[in-house]
Design a protein around this ligand. Structure first.
Ligand SMILES: Cc1ncc(COP(=O)(O)O)c(C=O)c1O
Length: 454
């Protein structure tokens, strides 16, 4: 035990940025199925997928075996010197599951890297097409796309941008299509989906000749606590992008690989993006891996011009991560986990509405499939959020951890600075009764939180 506490101390002392907001001495010892265990053997249900990446549960020996087998053969073969068989196989498997227009895949290491790559590719695509002025990337407030500087520039998550303003590209943004807090104070359907039309207006204002791409998460992630845009939204976005020769980049880092009950979240709107990025679920969180899928006409443009897309990262698409990715795709397909995510997702949302909606602090429950946001409000009638200094979502997270349940805290979707929520995104292998047990814990936690906040 002393050794373990010593290890915790080492992490806190030597690793820069180990979160200090949470209790200190909790070591993650091991994982099994939907649970993680601490150093004392206390079990925590991973009700947020660690966060939102763990789709197959922890400790799956099939993935361990695939990774180990690959490591015994070779772990690294640099892409400009060698053909990497695993990379080719995985690219083919993923492209088969994506929309038909996406015909090429490039691997990188993280969601942020994939976003950087998509932005660079959009820029170069227009250059190759003799439209060098097209360089601006439009995104949405409250969208989250990563921590690196270009990815953070398109991120509209105010607290994450706050300290880096002067380093970020001043690219324009439209408001998030979050009906619960409509930025136009309108109601669907009478609103005419003005939040989508805003893209057309902005492109006209900026000048279409300067705009390279628009990008969005199909279903919001941490920045909006799982906002689901209305059915007309993405078809309208697609039409607007086509009208202005603006590429539509679909960020599936959270939604991809079955999280929302389809392979890719944008399929709910039957819209084809020009690029799709993905990470998290593609290896179930077992190894770092991300990818960028590319529309055929973009690939063909490069073929025609002979343009080289210089975007190589040392460990991108390494055989070990690709072996993990292949094992994950195998398991998802064999066990029909995308269908399971859709079915269990319906159950999760229905049970959450029954158990959590009656709480005076639960303002909205939103999302799709195994991705759910629970917005916490001070006043349900007026939707008044909690005072941000109370850190309401972090407090709910802490109380849930004490009771052995992991939920992901997030905030800032009311005008960028207020608004609290927890995200629930369990592994797809969870059962109905485990969902019930975990929701009972969240129910108790909310009751405790409400006593404290009263
Ligand atoms: C929608 C979305 N895009 C991009 C990213 C960045 O991915 P990564 O953390 O792998 O860099 C995230 C991370 O949470 C995300 O949720």
């Amino acid at each position: 035990m002393t050794d373990r506490l010593e290890a915790a101390k080492k992490a806190r002392t030597n690793v820069f940025g180990v979160l200090s907001a949470f209790p200190a001495e909790r070591i993650c010892d091991h994982g099994e199925g939907i649970y993680l265990f601490d150093q004392d053997g206390k079990k925590y249900i991973d009700f947020c997928g660690s966060p939102i990446a763990c789709c197959l549960g922890h400790g799956d020996q099939r993935i361990t075996q695939a990774v180990t087998e690959q490591m015994k053969k070779v772990s690294l073969c640099f892409g400009t010197f060698w053909i990497n068989e695993r990379e080719g196989e995985l690219a083919e498997r993923i492209l088969k599951r994506a929309q038909q227009n996406l015909t090429r895949c490039q691997f990188v290491n993280s969601g942020s890297e994939a976003m950087e790559s998509a932005i660079k590719l959009a820029r170069q695509y227009h250059l190759e097409n003799n439209k060098p002025e097209k360089h601006i990337v439009i995104s949405r407030w409250q969208g989250y796309h990563g921590m690196t500087l270009a990815a953070l520039s398109v991120t509209g998550f105010t607290s994450r941008r706050a300290k880096f303003g002067p380093l970020l590209h001043p690219w324009p943004k439209i408001d998030a299509p979050l009906c619960y807090r409509c930025p136009y104070d309108l109601s669907y359907p009478n609103c005419g989906v003005i939040c989508a039309k805003a893209l057309d207006t902005l492109i006209n204002q900026v000048g279409a000749q300067y705009v390279a791409a628009f990008l969005a998460e199909p279903i919001g992630g941490t920045g909006t606590a799982c906002m689901v845009p209305v059915p007309e939204y993405y078809p309208m976005v697609r039409e607007i992008c086509d009208k202005h020769d603006v590429l539509f980049i679909d960020d599936e880092v959270i939604c991809g690989f079955g999280r929302t009950g389809k392979w890719f979240g944008i399929e709910h709107w039957e819209v084809n993006p020009d690029m799709t990025i993905m990470a998290k679920g593609m290896t179930g969180g077992y190894t770092p891996l991300a990818a960028l899928l590319i529309d055929d006409r973009i690939a063909k443009t490069f073929e025609k011009t002979g343009g080289k897309f210089i975007n190589a990262f040392t460990t991108a698409g390494n055989p070990v991560s690709c072996a993990a990715g292949l094992a994950v795709v195998d398991i998802i397909e064999k066990e029909r986990l995308v269908e399971r995510s859709a079915r269990l997702g319906e159950y999760l949302h229905q049970r959450a509405r029954e158990k959590l909606s009656p709480h005076p602090t639960v303002g909205d429950i939103r999302g799709k499939g195994m991705l759910m946001g629970v917005e916490l409000v001070k006043n349900k009638e007026t939707k008044e959020p909690f005072d941000p200094t109370l850190l309401a979502s972090s407090r709910v997270h802490q109380l849930a951890m004490e009771k052995g349940c992991m939920v992901f805290p997030t905030s800032g979707f009311d005008g960028g600075v207020r608004g609290d929520a927890i995200i629930i995104a369990p592994p797809f292998i969870i059962t109905e009764s485990e969902i019930d047990t975990a929701l009972d814990v969240v129910d108790e936690v909310l009751t405790d939180f409400e006593k404290e906040a009263a």
